[in-house]
Design a protein around this ligand. Structure first.
Ligand SMILES: [Zn+2]
Length: 163
């Protein structure tokens, strides 16, 4: 017997994508934040280890970055995206594994990478509406704090919320 999902299919696109880490421990929180916090149902997902880190200038050759950027550009064109949301999260194994960064040292680096990723996306796609958030587990769930992007052409969000 095939499994039948009761979730209704809506073919209307929302014209927004989120770039975030594959980590399944935070996937439902990301969905909740994007769908209910930012009111973006059916947003496009670009999930890969490290998320926005893969669009920042990383220590390794940039062939990976170009590949990820190409996938995002495809979505911008094919799905007519006008908004991209970047999310980094605490305890990200990508940073621990590749840069040996975690704990206190992690967040400043992630903030830098969010800025670099936003700049890369803005330059490659011309998109103006790029937002960045940092996700932190709390006893009540997960807090998403807007990270200011130092890009004159890039719109930044200014809110923090817990979902
Ligand atoms: Zn991660």
């Amino acid at each position: 017997m095939p499994y039948i999902s009761p979730v209704e299919y809506n073919e209307k696109r929302i014209h927004a994508a989120a770039v975030y880490c594959s980590d399944g421990r935070v996937g439902e929180h990301f969905d909740d934040f994007l769908q209910n916090g930012l009111c973006l149902p059916r947003y496009d997902r670009v999930a890969l280890p490290g998320g926005p880190a893969r669009l920042a200038e990383f220590d390794k050759p940039s062939i990976e970055k170009q590949a990820v950027l190409a996938e995002l550009k495809f979505l911008v064109d094919a799905h007519e995206l006008n908004r991209v949301i970047l999310i980094q999260h605490e305890n990200c194994a990508f940073y621990k594994h590749h840069l040996n960064l975690d704990g206190e040292a992690l967040r400043p680096r992630q903030a830098e990478d969010l800025g670099r990723a936003a700049e890369t996306i803005a330059q490659a796609t011309g998109l103006k509406q790029i937002e960045a958030y940092h996700a932190q587990p709390t006893p009540k769930g997960m807090t998403f704090t807007a990270v200011e992007l130092d890009l004159p052409a890039v719109q930044t969000a200014s809110r923090s919320q817990t979902v």
